[in-house]
Design a protein around this ligand. Structure first.
Ligand code: NIG
Ligand code: FE
Length: 413
């Protein structure tokens, strides 16, 4: 017994020969089969084709008629911090009044504010609060998500966060990847002894994370006012010894050297990249590292936009992610992220769709199983409402256009 979706107006991001990622001119290539059918068996995509060659025996399968609708592979959101306690709308007001992100952080707000709240929140409560966000993003079309720690900043609280992330992976239909981000911000008590905190990250946190197998990736906020290149390199090196692959925050606030540091240690992705020039672009061109842009954070903080157009025109791939977090991007809406990619970053609809599917999947090590409609890949997809074209998705930036969500071959919404 399988699941057939038929009369699909457009089956988007269909691959017979799956790509590792889309780069440069290839980012504007989006394979779409019009008037299509799709067959799912178990949790995998079995086959697809055009309706004029449709010959499946429907008696053996459940059938959904998707007339007038498009089918997209689920979004792969490769950068989030969606496990957190409470919220930070007070700082939002401070920002409206003119304080910068760094000023708020210096006054003990920002990440440290979330860390304080998280320390006071039980693991079960943290899980329940986070599951609200998980269910929200499932309903908006996300099928795979990377989630970072980094609001713990003590061994105990970082482990608590990572245990919650693991539990989300076990109890929701989302594919979840966990990243250890102990070096997200320097706790107040280490202000005059930075080396001590870096020591704790390296000698206490990383071994604890690895011994319980709680993360696959390691992140550092390598930027002005946060962690230096030297500190970042030490932490990444220590992580690599324990099998943690780098995936770092870089060049959000300045030309921090973070992009080059990430590449040097084989980062799967470097993320944010508002401050990216020729040297960074050239370094990325020589690497297999996915440049990942977070236009929700740039919008929310009123930052300069990263030079997406220059990057793609130079031949680079680009992934887009939500950065869902309480301080700089309190939204996991990947459809809105696509719209921001088009409106703010001047990316084409085809480019943003590649950026949130196949390139997002690569940026979290899931390109073989997620990010496109291909035989044998996990059946994670959504059916839209009736829309005139796939370009309508990023164009209608305020409308909810996801009608049905299918994850692991099962209808979940
Ligand atoms: O990706 N830039 C660093 N970390 C988060 C913000 C976290 C926060 O402000 O809580 C980000 O934007
Ligand atoms: Fe982030």
């Amino acid at each position: 017994m399988g699941l057939i979706i038929k009369n699909i107006r457009g089956l988007v991001q269909v691959e017979s020969d799956p790509r590792k990622y889309a780069a440069g001119k290839g980012m504007s290539f989006l394979p779409v089969v019009e008037n299509a059918w799709l067959l799912i068996i178990g949790n995998c995509i079995e086959s697809f084709g055009k309706m004029d060659e449709y010959s499946l025996d429907e008696t053996n399968h459940e059938t959904i008629d998707a007339a007038g609708r498009f089918v997209f592979p689920s979004y792969c959101d490769s950068h989030t911090h969606l496990v957190y306690a409470g919220s930070r709308e007070i700082e939002y007001t401070d920002k409206i009044r003119g304080l910068s992100y760094e000023e708020i952080a210096r006054r003990g707000g920002g990440i440290l504010n979330s860390a304080k709240l998280l320390g006071e929140t039980s693991e079960d409560d943290l899980f329940d609060q986070s599951m609200v966000r998980v269910n929200e993003i499932i309903g908006m079309g996300t099928g795979a998500v990377e989630i970072k720690s980094g609001y713990g900043l003590t061994v105990e609280s970082e482990i608590k966060m990572l245990r919650v992330i693991k539990r989300i992976g076990e109890s929701s239909p989302l594919e979840v990847k966990a990243t250890f981000l102990g070096a997200h911000s320097l706790p107040e008590e280490f202000r005059d002894n930075r080396g001590k905190y870096v020591d704790i990250v390296i000698n206490e946190m990383i071994p604890a994370v690895a011994s319980d197998d709680l993360a696959e990736y390691i992140d550092v906020f390598c930027d002005k006012g946060f962690f230096t290149v030297d500190e970042t390199e030490k932490i990444l090196m220590a992580g690599l010894k324990y099998g943690l692959t780098p995936k770092i925050h870089a060049n959000e606030l300045d030309f921090s050297g973070g992009i080059q540091a990430g590449i040097k240690y084989g980062a799967l992705s470097v993320d944010h990249l508002e401050f990216t020039g020729d040297a960074e672009i050239n370094a990325l061109l020589e690497s297999e590292t996915m440049p990942t842009l977070l236009p929700g954070a740039a919008l929310f903080l009123g930052m300069v936009d990263p030079p997406a157009r220059r990057m793609i025109d130079a031949g680079l791939p680009v992934a887009l992610a939500s950065d869902y977090n309480p301080g700089s991007s309190p939204s996991g809406n990947m459809k809105l992220i696509m719209s921001l990619g088009c409106i703010k970053l001047k990316m084409l609809p085809e480019e943003v769709i590649n950026a949130v599917t196949i390139n997002g999947a690569y940026a979290m090590g899931l390109a073989d199983t997620h990010g496109s409609i291909a035989r044998g890949k996990t059946a994670n997809l959504f059916i839209t409402r009736e829309i005139p074209s796939y370009q309508f998705m990023p164009y209608a930036f305020g409308s909810d256009l996801v009608e049905m969500v299918i994850l692991n071959g099962e209808v979940v919404e």
